[in-house]
Write a new protein. Sequence first.
Length: 285
Amino acid sequence: MSKVGVMVMGPAGVGKSTFCNSMMAYMESQGRSANLVNLDPAATAHEYEFTIDIRDLISLDDVEDELKLGPNGGLIYCFEFLLKNLDWLDDQIGDYPDDYLIFDCPGQIELYSHIPAMPIVVKHIQQQLNFNLCCTYLIEAPFMVDRAKFFSGALEAMSTMIFMELPHLNILSKMDLVKGKMSKREVRKFLCPDPMLMNDDEVQDDQKDLILTNPKYRRLNKAIAQLVDDFGMVQFLPLDCSDRDKSESLRTIVTCIDNMTQWDENQEPKDPAEDMEEPEDPEDQ
Ligand SMILES: Nc1nc2c(ncn2[C@@H]2O[C@H](COP(=O)(O)OP(=O)(O)OP(=O)(O)O)[C@@H](O)[C@H]2O)c(=O)[nH]1
Ligand SMILES: [Mg+2]
Protein backbone atom coordinates (compact mmCIF):
# COMPACT_ATOMS: atom_id res chain seq x y z
CA MET A 1 0.00 0.00 0.00
CA SER A 2 1.34 3.43 -0.81
CA LYS A 3 0.17 6.98 -0.75
CA VAL A 4 2.47 9.00 -2.91
CA GLY A 5 2.27 12.67 -3.82
CA VAL A 6 4.39 14.72 -6.22
CA MET A 7 4.23 18.49 -5.75
CA VAL A 8 4.99 20.24 -9.06
CA MET A 9 6.32 23.72 -8.29
CA GLY A 10 8.20 26.49 -10.06
CA PRO A 11 7.82 29.99 -11.48
CA ALA A 12 5.00 31.04 -13.83
CA GLY A 13 4.93 29.54 -17.29
CA VAL A 14 7.84 27.19 -16.71
CA GLY A 15 5.82 24.15 -17.88
CA LYS A 16 4.39 22.75 -14.62
CA SER A 17 0.93 21.90 -16.00
CA THR A 18 2.43 20.45 -19.19
CA PHE A 19 4.73 18.28 -17.04
CA CYS A 20 1.73 17.12 -14.94
CA ASN A 21 -0.16 16.11 -18.09
CA SER A 22 2.90 14.39 -19.57
CA MET A 23 3.36 12.48 -16.33
CA MET A 24 -0.28 11.38 -16.43
CA ALA A 25 0.20 10.18 -20.03
CA TYR A 26 3.42 8.38 -19.07
CA MET A 27 1.77 6.66 -16.10
CA GLU A 28 -1.10 5.59 -18.36
CA SER A 29 1.38 4.13 -20.85
CA GLN A 30 2.98 2.15 -18.02
CA GLY A 31 -0.36 0.80 -16.77
CA ARG A 32 0.00 2.76 -13.54
CA SER A 33 -2.81 4.78 -12.06
CA ALA A 34 -2.34 8.41 -11.04
CA ASN A 35 -4.63 11.31 -10.21
CA LEU A 36 -4.25 14.98 -10.90
CA VAL A 37 -4.84 17.47 -8.10
CA ASN A 38 -5.15 21.12 -9.02
CA LEU A 39 -3.87 23.51 -6.37
CA ASP A 40 -3.88 26.49 -8.72
CA PRO A 41 -6.97 28.66 -8.10
CA ALA A 42 -6.30 30.37 -11.47
CA ALA A 43 -5.88 27.20 -13.52
CA THR A 44 -7.32 26.85 -17.00
CA ALA A 45 -8.57 23.57 -18.50
CA HIS A 46 -6.15 20.65 -18.51
CA GLU A 47 -5.74 17.82 -20.94
CA TYR A 48 -6.38 15.35 -18.11
CA GLU A 49 -9.32 15.95 -15.84
CA PHE A 50 -8.60 16.97 -12.26
CA THR A 51 -9.63 14.42 -9.64
CA ILE A 52 -9.45 17.16 -7.01
CA ASP A 53 -9.67 20.84 -7.89
CA ILE A 54 -9.11 23.75 -5.47
CA ARG A 55 -11.48 25.80 -7.69
CA ASP A 56 -14.35 23.71 -6.29
CA LEU A 57 -13.48 25.34 -2.96
CA ILE A 58 -12.35 28.77 -4.15
CA SER A 59 -11.29 30.27 -7.47
CA LEU A 60 -9.16 33.30 -8.19
CA ASP A 61 -11.81 34.71 -10.54
CA ASP A 62 -14.40 34.77 -7.73
CA VAL A 63 -11.96 36.33 -5.26
CA GLU A 64 -10.93 39.02 -7.76
CA ASP A 65 -14.57 39.82 -8.55
CA GLU A 66 -15.94 39.79 -5.02
CA LEU A 67 -13.04 41.18 -3.00
CA LYS A 68 -11.54 43.39 -5.73
CA LEU A 69 -8.10 41.92 -5.16
CA GLY A 70 -5.35 41.67 -7.80
CA PRO A 71 -3.98 38.30 -8.95
CA ASN A 72 -1.20 38.01 -6.34
CA GLY A 73 -3.23 39.23 -3.36
CA GLY A 74 -6.12 37.07 -4.59
CA LEU A 75 -3.92 33.98 -4.72
CA ILE A 76 -2.69 34.55 -1.18
CA TYR A 77 -6.31 34.97 -0.05
CA CYS A 78 -7.20 31.65 -1.77
CA PHE A 79 -4.40 29.84 0.09
CA GLU A 80 -5.34 31.41 3.41
CA PHE A 81 -8.90 30.23 2.73
CA LEU A 82 -7.61 26.72 1.97
CA LEU A 83 -5.68 26.73 5.29
CA LYS A 84 -8.94 27.50 7.11
CA ASN A 85 -10.66 24.67 5.25
CA LEU A 86 -8.11 21.87 5.30
CA ASP A 87 -10.92 19.46 6.18
CA TRP A 88 -12.17 20.07 2.60
CA LEU A 89 -8.83 18.70 1.35
CA ASP A 90 -9.13 15.73 3.74
CA ASP A 91 -12.61 14.94 2.39
CA GLN A 92 -11.44 15.23 -1.20
CA ILE A 93 -8.31 13.15 -0.82
CA GLY A 94 -10.22 10.68 1.32
CA ASP A 95 -8.71 7.50 2.62
CA TYR A 96 -7.82 5.56 -0.48
CA PRO A 97 -5.27 2.81 0.10
CA ASP A 98 -3.33 3.14 -3.14
CA ASP A 99 -3.04 6.68 -4.39
CA TYR A 100 -0.53 8.44 -6.62
CA LEU A 101 -1.37 12.11 -6.65
CA ILE A 102 0.25 14.72 -8.87
CA PHE A 103 -0.26 18.22 -7.43
CA ASP A 104 -0.16 21.04 -9.99
CA CYS A 105 0.80 24.19 -8.05
CA PRO A 106 0.53 27.89 -8.92
CA GLY A 107 3.44 29.82 -10.46
CA GLN A 108 3.73 32.62 -7.86
CA ILE A 109 7.14 31.95 -6.35
CA GLU A 110 6.35 33.82 -3.13
CA LEU A 111 4.40 30.68 -2.23
CA TYR A 112 7.70 28.76 -2.26
CA SER A 113 9.92 31.30 -0.63
CA HIS A 114 8.33 33.26 2.21
CA ILE A 115 4.56 32.78 2.61
CA PRO A 116 4.08 29.80 4.93
CA ALA A 117 0.81 28.58 3.33
CA MET A 118 2.34 25.98 1.01
CA PRO A 119 4.61 24.39 3.68
CA ILE A 120 1.54 24.09 5.96
CA VAL A 121 -0.48 22.37 3.21
CA VAL A 122 2.49 20.08 2.49
CA LYS A 123 2.93 19.14 6.18
CA HIS A 124 -0.81 18.49 6.46
CA ILE A 125 -0.81 16.08 3.49
CA GLN A 126 2.30 14.36 4.88
CA GLN A 127 1.39 14.13 8.53
CA GLN A 128 -2.41 14.03 8.65
CA LEU A 129 -3.04 12.13 5.43
CA ASN A 130 0.13 9.99 5.59
CA PHE A 131 1.39 10.64 2.07
CA ASN A 132 5.02 10.16 1.03
CA LEU A 133 5.55 13.50 -0.68
CA CYS A 134 8.32 14.86 -2.84
CA CYS A 135 8.81 18.21 -4.52
CA THR A 136 9.74 18.75 -8.14
CA TYR A 137 10.89 22.28 -8.94
CA LEU A 138 11.09 23.36 -12.57
CA ILE A 139 13.19 26.07 -14.18
CA GLU A 140 13.38 26.64 -17.92
CA ALA A 141 16.30 25.32 -19.98
CA PRO A 142 16.61 28.58 -21.99
CA PHE A 143 17.82 30.17 -18.71
CA MET A 144 21.13 28.45 -19.49
CA VAL A 145 21.81 31.10 -22.12
CA ASP A 146 22.11 33.76 -19.42
CA ARG A 147 24.26 32.26 -16.70
CA ALA A 148 23.45 34.83 -14.01
CA LYS A 149 19.76 34.14 -14.62
CA PHE A 150 20.40 30.39 -14.43
CA PHE A 151 22.15 30.68 -11.05
CA SER A 152 19.40 32.98 -9.81
CA GLY A 153 16.90 30.21 -10.77
CA ALA A 154 19.12 27.65 -9.01
CA LEU A 155 18.98 29.77 -5.83
CA GLU A 156 15.17 29.91 -6.04
CA ALA A 157 15.16 26.13 -6.36
CA MET A 158 17.43 25.87 -3.31
CA SER A 159 15.21 28.26 -1.35
CA THR A 160 12.15 26.10 -2.15
CA MET A 161 14.04 22.98 -1.06
CA ILE A 162 14.88 24.56 2.29
CA PHE A 163 11.39 26.06 2.73
CA MET A 164 9.40 22.91 1.90
CA GLU A 165 11.63 20.40 3.73
CA LEU A 166 10.67 17.67 1.25
CA PRO A 167 12.75 15.23 -0.81
CA HIS A 168 13.49 17.52 -3.72
CA LEU A 169 14.13 17.13 -7.44
CA ASN A 170 15.10 20.02 -9.70
CA ILE A 171 14.09 19.83 -13.34
CA LEU A 172 15.28 21.82 -16.36
CA SER A 173 12.13 22.02 -18.48
CA LYS A 174 11.70 22.78 -22.21
CA MET A 175 14.98 21.12 -23.18
CA ASP A 176 13.79 20.98 -26.81
CA LEU A 177 14.24 24.77 -26.96
CA VAL A 178 18.01 24.51 -26.50
CA LYS A 179 18.52 21.47 -28.72
CA GLY A 180 21.04 22.25 -31.45
CA LYS A 181 22.03 25.48 -29.65
CA MET A 182 24.15 23.84 -26.93
CA SER A 183 26.30 20.71 -27.00
CA LYS A 184 25.55 17.82 -24.64
CA ARG A 185 28.85 18.56 -22.90
CA GLU A 186 27.84 22.17 -22.34
CA VAL A 187 24.40 21.13 -21.01
CA ARG A 188 26.04 18.68 -18.55
CA LYS A 189 27.83 21.62 -16.88
CA PHE A 190 24.41 23.03 -15.96
CA LEU A 191 22.89 19.78 -14.73
CA CYS A 192 25.47 19.80 -11.90
CA PRO A 193 26.09 23.57 -11.96
CA ASP A 194 29.75 24.40 -12.41
CA PRO A 195 30.78 27.77 -10.90
CA MET A 196 33.37 28.11 -13.68
CA LEU A 197 30.40 28.83 -15.96
CA MET A 198 30.36 32.32 -14.49
CA ASN A 199 33.92 32.90 -15.79
CA ASP A 200 32.81 32.11 -19.27
CA ASP A 201 31.23 35.12 -20.81
CA GLU A 202 30.50 33.61 -24.20
CA VAL A 203 27.08 34.88 -25.07
CA GLN A 204 25.44 34.42 -28.43
CA ASP A 205 25.29 37.67 -30.41
CA ASP A 206 21.49 37.71 -30.60
CA GLN A 207 21.30 37.41 -26.81
CA LYS A 208 23.84 40.13 -25.95
CA ASP A 209 21.28 42.91 -25.58
CA LEU A 210 19.24 40.78 -23.20
CA ILE A 211 22.08 40.24 -20.70
CA LEU A 212 21.76 42.92 -18.08
CA THR A 213 24.42 41.78 -15.62
CA ASN A 214 26.39 44.80 -14.56
CA PRO A 215 30.15 43.96 -14.59
CA LYS A 216 30.45 45.14 -10.98
CA TYR A 217 28.18 42.27 -9.87
CA ARG A 218 30.22 39.56 -11.60
CA ARG A 219 32.40 38.81 -8.56
CA LEU A 220 29.30 38.50 -6.39
CA ASN A 221 27.67 36.20 -8.98
CA LYS A 222 30.79 34.00 -9.05
CA ALA A 223 30.85 33.79 -5.25
CA ILE A 224 27.18 32.72 -5.19
CA ALA A 225 27.76 30.14 -7.92
CA GLN A 226 30.72 28.80 -5.90
CA LEU A 227 28.48 28.56 -2.82
CA VAL A 228 25.88 26.55 -4.77
CA ASP A 229 28.66 24.23 -5.92
CA ASP A 230 30.34 23.93 -2.49
CA PHE A 231 27.18 22.57 -0.95
CA GLY A 232 26.39 20.37 -3.97
CA MET A 233 22.73 20.96 -3.21
CA VAL A 234 21.38 21.90 -6.60
CA GLN A 235 21.36 19.45 -9.47
CA PHE A 236 18.93 19.12 -12.35
CA LEU A 237 17.37 16.45 -14.51
CA PRO A 238 16.46 17.48 -18.06
CA LEU A 239 12.83 17.37 -19.25
CA ASP A 240 11.42 17.60 -22.75
CA CYS A 241 7.63 17.42 -22.99
CA SER A 242 7.53 18.41 -26.66
CA ASP A 243 7.45 14.82 -27.92
CA ARG A 244 5.77 12.23 -25.74
CA ASP A 245 6.95 9.36 -27.94
CA LYS A 246 10.48 10.18 -26.80
CA SER A 247 9.70 9.92 -23.12
CA GLU A 248 13.26 9.11 -22.00
CA SER A 249 13.50 12.22 -19.83
CA LEU A 250 10.12 11.47 -18.22
CA ARG A 251 11.12 7.88 -17.53
CA THR A 252 14.27 9.03 -15.69
CA ILE A 253 12.31 11.63 -13.70
CA VAL A 254 9.55 9.18 -12.70
CA THR A 255 12.18 6.62 -11.61
CA CYS A 256 13.81 9.29 -9.46
CA ILE A 257 10.42 10.26 -7.95
CA ASP A 258 9.69 6.57 -7.25
CA ASN A 259 12.97 6.33 -5.35
CA MET A 260 12.37 9.52 -3.38
CA THR A 261 8.85 8.52 -2.39
CA GLN A 262 9.71 4.81 -1.93
CA TRP A 263 6.85 3.97 -4.26
CA ASP A 264 8.34 0.59 -5.24
CA GLU A 265 8.94 -0.53 -1.68
CA ASN A 266 5.34 0.13 -0.75
CA GLN A 267 3.78 -1.89 -3.56
CA GLU A 268 1.96 -5.04 -2.50
CA PRO A 269 3.81 -8.08 -3.87
CA LYS A 270 1.76 -9.31 -6.80
CA ASP A 271 0.30 -12.78 -6.51
CA PRO A 272 1.83 -14.72 -9.46
CA ALA A 273 -1.39 -16.77 -9.62
CA GLU A 274 -3.22 -13.57 -10.73
CA ASP A 275 -1.26 -13.57 -13.96
CA MET A 276 -1.89 -17.25 -14.72
CA GLU A 277 -4.86 -18.39 -16.74
CA GLU A 278 -7.50 -20.21 -14.73
CA PRO A 279 -7.15 -24.00 -15.20
CA GLU A 280 -10.08 -25.49 -17.06
CA ASP A 281 -12.56 -27.37 -14.92
CA PRO A 282 -12.45 -31.04 -16.10
CA GLU A 283 -16.20 -31.29 -15.45
CA ASP A 284 -16.79 -28.61 -18.12
CA GLN A 285 -15.22 -30.88 -20.79
N1 LIG B 1 8.79 23.91 -26.31
C1 LIG B 1 8.26 23.51 -25.16
N2 LIG B 1 7.24 24.24 -24.63
C2 LIG B 1 6.72 23.81 -23.47
C3 LIG B 1 7.20 22.66 -22.78
N3 LIG B 1 6.50 22.53 -21.64
C4 LIG B 1 5.60 23.55 -21.63
N4 LIG B 1 5.73 24.33 -22.72
C5 LIG B 1 4.94 25.53 -23.08
O1 LIG B 1 5.13 26.54 -22.09
C6 LIG B 1 3.93 27.29 -21.88
C7 LIG B 1 3.55 27.28 -20.40
O2 LIG B 1 3.30 25.93 -20.03
P1 LIG B 1 2.42 25.55 -18.75
O3 LIG B 1 2.51 24.07 -18.62
O4 LIG B 1 1.08 26.17 -18.81
O5 LIG B 1 3.26 26.28 -17.62
P2 LIG B 1 2.89 26.46 -16.08
O6 LIG B 1 4.19 26.43 -15.34
O7 LIG B 1 1.85 25.48 -15.68
O8 LIG B 1 2.29 27.93 -16.07
P3 LIG B 1 1.48 28.63 -14.87
O9 LIG B 1 0.49 27.64 -14.34
O10 LIG B 1 0.84 29.82 -15.54
O11 LIG B 1 2.50 29.04 -13.85
C8 LIG B 1 2.87 26.63 -22.77
O12 LIG B 1 2.75 27.36 -23.95
C9 LIG B 1 3.45 25.24 -23.05
O13 LIG B 1 3.02 24.72 -24.29
C10 LIG B 1 8.28 21.91 -23.37
O14 LIG B 1 8.80 20.90 -22.86
N5 LIG B 1 8.78 22.39 -24.56
MG1 LIG C 1 -0.06 25.73 -14.75
